[in-house]
Design a protein around this ligand. Structure first.
Ligand SMILES: Nc1ncnc2c1ncn2[C@@H]1O[C@H](COP(=O)(O)OP(=O)(O)OP(=O)(O)O)[C@@H](O)[C@H]1O
Length: 710
């Protein structure tokens, strides 16, 4: 963090703050764009050109936001300053608004409309159950996947007139339940920026502070990785950035979201917000070895003037990217663990390693393999993992339903009507119950619609004997209601201000529901759920510490969990990191770097990997890059023969340690000795190939227990 900046970085950092101007910084991977962005923020604050709370930094992924927040904190703390205590420096960083674009939109809509939610997997599943009969007729086949439903709904929103009736039914349902898709969220947020006070919240009686701040307080907006902005974000960003200084940081060669629509128009739109546009370039490369950069530059056709040269500032490491083809998927995984087991016997920590894939499904299959062998890993996702967990979504839906049930018992008529709009959580939680079939939910919901009643009111006011379902289902729903009433008994849920108490209460009660989502197939599933629960607890803790004394924790949590899900809470609130291998798609690894990267192609696809995705993946690596089963005209893969042991390459390990600022006491043959010792410890038998890979996994687990990540 205290590295001296180059002259071109300094130009970016020191450019004056001018309202109504745009600063566009274009630079290749590893050229220190992010570092320049962070230094610019610090300089603007320390020279008092703007206050921390006047700065808005936007990015597309939670991971990138986390990265910026963590590094900002490091940067502020790295410079000795007598004026400020450490605590004060943290407070300054926490005042800077760093957010994903969707997180910001969600906060704007929430403060203007009251609690909204963005539809997640569980929601689509619930919707699917409501419309499954109609979907079957549409599809003319029995099965329609949730993805297919999402796709059809998206095309309906874009004006496709096919399947109108069914899709309109879904849209109507979503509207009445205040649940939005991501695209709607962005549109709605743009609307409130245009009409700040009109709608402003008679409902929640709060002021739309953020909406107003965007118009009048924020002076400078940074957009990181601007090349990835996709079209539907254009209008929203246009409204945010007017009359401020706009700072765009990015690299057109790393645009890997072209499949979401051409973004050239959006970038032009952003550039035309201010008349005064200044473009700057950073040319140097601090990250990857010359060997890696030579291979990566070969992939991309550098036509732009800025990338005609990009001097690599590191010396050669002596090892070219390892290009390997292994047709069998199990052999492929075994090759990776074998390499990792050797690497960790040298100077590599598990957290130095990233395994990057083209698709989520491929990431998941590697994760499953690691899980089965107890190899520690974390999956990097653009959306936090815990929120995508259907069981967590079930708990959240249950809490939402509990608030409805609570208001039904305790609220006045007006408030009750407002709350009871949320049929959605009723449908979703009910449809997760065993013994409540799709048809029963459909019949019940139809009947309730005919009676023009909110669904929950229907279930509580219309006698069960009149429900159009069979006796067994009736009984299930009655016991569902009994369990729910335990959750809200005596107003306890709303009186809980302590996050661990609330957490325990919801987890224990959820257990009593006979729900099919809360079943676990194996221990791994249970462990994953536990780690997601920890994340949920952390967000609850944050809400508990920051809520006003007159608001209820459960409501504050429901209002803000989406926005606070991964990044938007103070940096020092995060859980300590473990030493774990990183598994990610190439898309989610954007902006990050790792000393060792395994870049995975898909062995059975004939289509080559897109050049830009390959370029982004390759340039995540600092020192060691494996290209496994990559199909691309510029990559000449060979069938895997035996790879020479890296463990003996003393000069490489010295280079590696110096690069990462680690002690360089790499003794000749020491890693190999350690590897042999561990092989003996785990009774390796050279005759049996599978025993070799089992041993590798044991070595990885053994080594992992000894490191703690700083
Ligand atoms: N002036 C400098 N001196 C030494 N190291 C630097 C300097 N500037 C940046 N670096 C280092 O180079 C690496 C890449 O920097 P950074 O992540 O900011 O690049 P980037 O341009 O944002 O890359 P990408 O486009 O891939 O996201 C980081 O490890 C950073 O600390």
């Amino acid at each position: 963090m205290d590295k001296p900046l180059t002259a071109s970085q300094l130009q970016v950092v020191e450019a004056l703050y001018e309202p109504g101007s745009t600063l566009k910084v274009i630079a290749g991977p590893g050229s220190g764009k992010t570092l320049a962005l962070l230094h610019r923020i610090r300089r603007l604050i320390t020279t008092k050109q703007v206050r921390p709370d006047e700065i808005l930094v936007l990015s597309l992924t939670n991971k990138a936001v986390d990265n910026i927040l963590t590094k900002l904190l490091e940067l502020f703390h790295s410079v000795k300053c007598e004026e400020h205590t450490n605590e004060h420096l943290t407070t300054i960083v926490n005042q800077i608004n760093v957010s994903t674009i969707h997180g910001l939109a969600s906060r704007i809509v929430t403060e203007n409309e009251g609690t909204i939610s963005v539809i997640e997997e569980n929601g689509w599943r619930g919707l699917m159950r409501l419309v499954s009969k109609d979907m079957k007729t549409l599809q003319k086949s029995n099965a329609c996947s949730i993805r297919e439903l999402q796709r059809l709904f998206k095309s309906y929103q874009e004006g496709d007139s096919k399947n109108r009736n069914v899709m309109a039914k879904i849209a109507d349902l979503m509207k009445s339940c205040k649940v939005l898709t991501n695209e709607e969220l962005i549109k709605r947020a743009a609307f409130y920026l245009d009409n700040p006070t009109e709608q402003c919240i008679k409902l929640s009686k709060k002021e739309a502070v953020l909406t107003a701040d965007i118009k009048s307080k924020f002076k400078i907006v940074f957009i990181d990785e601007f090349q990835d902005i996709y079209p539907h974000l254009g209008a929203f960003l246009g409204r945010i950035c007017g009359q401020k200084q706009l700072a765009l940081f990015g690299d057109p060669n790393q645009n890997i979201y072209e499949f979401l629509g051409s973004n050239k128009k959006v970038i032009k739109q952003l550039e035309s917000i201010n008349t005064n546009l200044k473009t700057m370039f950073l040319h140097d490369n601090f990250r990857s070895t010359p060997e890696i950069m030579a291979a990566a530059n070969d992939i991309i056709h550098h036509s732009d003037s800025y990338s005609n040269y990009d001097p690599v500032l590191k010396g050669p490491c002596g090892i070219s990217p390892q290009i390997i083809r292994i047709p069998d998927p199990i052999d492929e995984l075994e090759f990776i663990v074998e390499q990792i087991s050797q690497l960790v016997c040298s100077s590599v920590k598990l957290s130095d390693i990233a395994i990057l894939t083209r698709t989520n499904a491929h990431s998941e299959s590697i994760a499953q393999y690691f899980r089965a062998y107890n190899i520690k890993f974390q999956k990097l996702t653009s959306h936090p993992d815990w929120l995508s967990d259907v069981r967590i979504q079930f708990l959240i839906d249950l809490l939402r339903l509990a608030t409805i049930a609570h208001y039904e018992v305790n609220a006045g008529k007006e408030e009750l009507e407002k709350k009871l709009k949320s049929d959605f959580s009723v449908v979703v939680t009910l449809s997760a119950m065993r013994g409540v079939s799709d048809q029963s939910i459909q019949r019940l919901y139809l009947d309730c619609r005919q009676k023009s009643m909110p669904f929950w009111m229907y279930l509580t006011h219309v006698p069960a004997s009149r429900w159009p379902v069979n006796a067994a289902c009736r009984q299930k729903i009655e016991s569902f209601k009994v369990n729910l009433s335990k959750l809200i008994a005596g107003g306890a849920l709303f009186d809980m201000n302590d996050h661990s108490q609330l957490f325990k209460h919801i987890c224990c009660t959820a257990n009593a529901f006979d729900s099919q989502v809360m079943q676990f197939k194996n221990k791994q599933e249970l462990d994953t759920f536990k780690s997601h629960l920890e994340q949920m607890l952390l967000v609850m803790k944050y809400c508990a510490c920051n809520k006003g004394s007159d608001s209820s924790l459960v409501e504050v949590f429901l209002e803000s969990y989406y926005d606070k899900s991964g990044s938007n809470y103070p940096v020092d609130f995060k859980m300590s990191k473990q030493d774990e291998i990183n598994i990610s798609t190439i898309h989610s690894s954007k902006g990050l770097e790792f000393p060792v990267v395994f870049l995975m192609g898909t062995p059975h696809t004939v289509l080559p990997i897109e050049s830009k995705a390959l370029y982004v993946g390759m340039t995540r690596a600092r020192n060691l890059l494996y290209l496994i089963n990559i199909r691309h005209p510029k990559i000449n893969s060979r069938l895997k023969t035996s790879t020479p042991s890296l463990l003996l390459n003393q000069s490489f390990w010295k280079y590696f340690c110096i690069d990462l600022n680690r002690p360089t006491n790499v003794q000749r043959g020491l890693s190999l000795h350690k590897y042999s010792m561990l092989k003996n410890k785990y009774n390796f038998s050279s005759k049996n190939k599978r025993s070799y890979s089992t041993m590798c996994k044991k070595i990885i687990s053994f080594v992992a227990t000894r490191y703690k990540v700083h």
